[in-house]
Design a protein around this ligand. Structure first.
Ligand code: SME
Length: 181
């Protein structure tokens, strides 16, 4: 346990992306110990993601979550709603199947987008974003998407499936284990 909560956002500058993401997962586990409120846990996790990628010198532009909107009137048309995040304000509703986040939600597959301008239907919340990774948070029992992790970068080719995809998918499973939605 760190002395101060804020200490968890200190990542060493010289570590690899793999080491930093492992540290992020360990910090998340420590911070959500005894707490299953999804707003609270994902708020701290947005901060961890932001500071983790900043420490890796990645030109991160946005880091956060969209979750399944349970208040939609039309149950046949599922949509995501904006959750906790770090960065500038963003669009609040994304229908399943639309944009990178909606595609991730409907396919249940991680989307690593090296150039957002080449992704059909990409939703530009900020015209400066050039690449993006979106990872599904899946309720395995129902085989249903309950949210997504979304991270945007100001440079092309900001993320890889091999490292970012791998560790963010582990993180998504931890979120399912630790949060009550
Ligand atoms: N670009 C995303 C929308 C969310 S913002 O990037 C925060 C998309 O196409 O789904």
């Amino acid at each position: 346990m760190s002395q101060y909560h804020a200490d968890y956002t200190n990542f060493q500058v010289s570590i690899s992306r793999e080491q930093a993401l492992k540290q992020l997962i360990e910090s998340y586990e420590a911070l959500c110990d005894g707490q299953n409120n999804w707003v609270s846990n994902l708020s701290n996790l947005s901060s961890l993601l932001w500071h983790c990628y900043k420490s890796l010198q990645l030109n991160i532009n946005w880091a956060g979550f969209y979750v399944l909107d349970n208040n939609t009137t039309n149950k046949n048309e599922q949509q995501l709603i904006l959750g906790p995040f770090q960065g500038k304000v963003a669009c609040q509703l994304i229908p399943f199947g639309k944009g990178v986040c909606g595609t991730c939600a409907s396919t249940l597959k991680t989307q690593v987008v090296k150039n957002v301008h080449e992704f059909p239907g990409h939703i530009a919340c900020d015209g400066k974003t050039k690449s993006e990774i979106v990872v599904p948070i899946i309720n395995q029992v129902a085989n249903k998407c309950i949210g997504v992790i979304d991270i945007d970068c100001l440079d092309y080719d900001g993320f890889s499936q091999e490292i970012d995809g791998k560790y963010l998918e582990i993180l998504a499973r931890k979120i399912v284990e630790t949060c009550k939605f």
